[in-house]
Design a protein. Structure first.
Ligand code: APR
Ligand code: PHB
Length: 390
């Protein structure tokens, strides 16, 4: 079997790349180790930057997002008995769109099927060969049979625990990491969201976030210990703790109900460099992880794919141009590090750190105080939240 671009992973990165390449007449095959249903069963982020929205429109997969997505012009931050709105529209002229990653993935899967594009689900033991000879090939096992795909390039869109990043030689790969001493306990409930916009809370007991997926589907998070036992969190205990941390008006107004999903996620900042080695490109979570506080994970995957689809299109459709292939890693990392900084800053400002010194606490309070008192500080937050230019 042969194709132009072999893609590992059918999450948002792999599917969006395949769709953008298809629109340029470039052939690809996606290898995914899980089933389609398993991929669609993941509950992930839900805030799209304007740049991501525009990229999804350019990919021709935005009809349902434009119908069902919730456009938000701002969000609230609460700290102590203070609550303020960060007016994204006034400060940047831009908004964000609340539309679940699961929905983005489904829209991309439907587009792949409509295009008749190849996706191999439950592809086991995917391996990358031939990188050093610039003749890459992917091998895998499907239903017990060994398979092989020759390709010109490989896109490693296989997430944080995939095989692609591991395929970079140790002498080439450099990683940078910070693991946070807490996690997020999140629930989905078929209830009316407590507010029309998101509410981020810095409370002395820990961080809380009120989000949503639709006018009838709420998404809530509370900071918890990184080794918390999910079995010890009944719905009642979750709602009680969330309401303690929320401003009183929200705590009184919140509609509670049974959780239809409940999980704990660790928080980590991680960057792998370079994001390209010979004919292998890393994109999305395969190359970087951000704590969810700034809602940057999916949006960084989108900007990586913008750069990668642009580079491969230049190669195939502009006479073998290689300049954008050569600059891919630097182009991505320039934006990745700014999003890493913003996500680290939001996380540091809004969470309770177990080993926080009195100085650390003083800095955190000053950060929040400055934000509440300075429009310039809010403008800096807003331009990062809506997304820096691609
Ligand atoms: N072989 C084939 N597929 C693999 C392998 C492998 N060895 N390892 C992982 N995969 C698949 C996973 O099953 C998953 O479907 O690659 C896909 C990677 O998808 P994501 O983890 O969603 O990563 P990405 O597409 O970059 O999207 C980033 O997802 O995790 C969130 O917060 C993150 O919102 C961000 C987004
Ligand atoms: C979510 O809705 O899952 C969400 C929203 C904003 C964040 C993180 C998660 O910053």
């Amino acid at each position: 079997m042969r194709t132009q671009v072999g893609i590992i992973g059918s999450g948002p990165s792999g599917l969006l790349l395949a769709q953008l390449l298809h629109l340029q007449g470039i052939d690809s095959v996606i290898l995914e180790r899980r089933s389609r249903d398993y991929v669609l069963g993941r509950i992930r982020a839900g805030v799209l930057e304007q740049g991501t929205v525009e990229l999804l429109r350019a990919a021709g997969v935005s009809d349902r997002m434009d119908r069902e997505g919730l456009v938000h012009g701002g969000f609230d931050i609460c700290f102590g008995d203070r609550r303020m709105r960060v007016d994204l529209k006034e400060l940047t002229g831009k908004a964000v769109t609340v539309y679940g990653q699961t929905e983005v993935t489904k829209d991309l899967m439907d587009a792949r099927a409509a295009a008749g594009g190849a996706v191999v689900y439950e592809a086991e033991n995917v391996r990358i060969e031939g990188l050093d000879e610039d003749r890459p090939a992917l091998t895998w096992v499907k239903d017990g049979a060994a398979e092989r795909l020759e390709c010109d390039f490989v896109a490693g869109c296989d997430g944080f625990r995939g095989v692609s990043r591991q395929s970079l030689p140790d002498a080439v790969l450099k990683t940078h990491e910070r693991v946070y001493p807490f996690g997020w306990l999140g629930i989905l409930s078929e209830t009316k969201p407590v507010s029309d916009e998101l509410i981020y809370v810095n409370h002395w007991r820990g961080f809380a976030l009120c989000s949503m997926r639709s006018p009838t589907l709420s998404r809530y998070y509370i900071q918890c210990a990184f080794d918390e036992d999910l079995e010890e969190w009944t719905d009642d205990r979750f709602w009680d703790e969330l309401r303690v941390r929320l401003p009183s008006a929200a705590a009184e107004a919140i509609e509670m109900g049974p959780s239809i999903e409940k999980s704990i996620a660790p928080l980590r900042s991680f960057v792998a460099e370079p994001m390209r080695h010979r004919r292998l490109f890393l994109a999305g979570d395969a190359a970087h992880i951000v704590p969810p506080t700034g809602a940057k994970g999916l949006n960084l995957a989108a900007s990586d794919i913008h750069y990668l689809s642009r580079a491969l299109t230049a190669y195939y459709n502009q006479g073998g141009r290689e300049d954008l292939i050569d600059s891919y890693s630097d182009d991505c990392l320039r934006r990745v590090w700014k999003a890493e900084r913003f996500s680290w800053w939001m996380t540091t400002m809004l969470h309770k750190f177990p080993d926080q010194s009195s100085f650390d606490r003083g800095i955190q309070l000053a950060e929040l105080d400055y934000l509440f008192d300075s429009e310039a500080a809010r403008a800096a937050l807003a331009e990062n939240y809506v997304g820096l230019p691609f």
